[in-house]
Design a protein around this ligand. Sequence first.
Ligand code: NAP
Length: 255
Amino acid sequence: MSGAGRRVLVLGGTAEARALAALLVEVPGTVVVSSLAGRVADPRLPVGEVRIGGFGGAAGLARWLSAQRIDAVVDATHPYAARMRTAAVEAARAAGVPHVRLERPGWTAQPGDRWYRVADVDAAVRALPTLGRRVLLTTGRQSLAAFLPLTSVRILARVVDAPVEPIPPHVRVLRSRGPYTVEGELDLMRAHDIDVLVTKDSGGPLTEAKLVAARRLDLPVLMIDRPKPPVLPAVVHTADGAAGWLAGLPAAQPG
Ligand code: NAP
C-alpha cells in the first residue's frame, strides 16, 4: 500500500492484530495506530503507535476516527469481542471510513474428537455437569463468574489475570498465558485428573494444543460457539489478507 500519511486504526488484542501492525509499519506512507481495551494488566504490545482504553461506544469511536483523521479501520479484535465488533462497524459507517473485519477461522473437529458445541456460556454451564466432574476451564476471566455456582464439579480455571470475584473452594485458579504445547497440556490434564475441557472456539495455533491433548486423552470438550456476527462489509482471515485489503483502497487524500 502507498498513499501519503495514510492512517490505519487496528482494533487489537490478538496475535493477528500484532502481526498486522508489524506488516504495516514497514509500508511507506502508512501510520498504524493499534488500540487495546486495557483488560490485561501486562499486555503484549504491538509495534507502532498504541492507545489503550475504550472509546465510549460506537459514537465515541466515530468521533475518535474523525478527530484522528483515520483513513481505514481494521477490526482485528478477538472472535468473542462482540460489542467492539458491532461498534466498529457502526462507527466506521458513521465516520465514512472503510472497515474490514480480520477474524481467524474457528477450529475444526478431527477424527477422535469428542466435541459438544453449545451456543453460549449459559448453555455451557447447564451442560457441564453432564460431561465430567474435573474441569479444565479455559474460557477466560470474564466468563468465570458464570461457572462459580457449579459446586458439583471441581474446576481448574486458567486465566491471564487474577479474577476479581471471591473464588469458592471447588475452584482453583491457574494464572498463565499461552502459547501452549501439547506435552504441557497433557501434563496439566493428567496432573489434575481432568475429565472435561471447556473452551471457546477461538481458533488459531497458539491455544490449539489443549484440543490435541483432549483428543489423545479421549476427553470430552465443551466448545462454546462464537457469537453471531453483525453484517460485515468485508472480512479477511489473516494479517496478510488485511494488508492486501488496505493496499486495494484508494490512496489517502492529503489534509
Ligand atoms: P467487548 O466485550 O467486545 O468490548 C467491551 C468494550 O471494551 C468495548 O465496548 C470497548 O469499550 C472496549 N474495547 C474492546 N476492545 C477494544 C479495543 N481493541 N480497543 C479499545 N477498546 C476496546 O470485548 P472483550 O471481549 O471484553 O475483549 C476486550 C479485548 O480483549 C479486545 O480487544 C479483544 O480483542 C481482547 N481479547 C478478548 C478475548 C475474549 O475472549 N473476549 C480473548 C482474547 C483477547 P468502549 O465501548 O468504551 O469503546
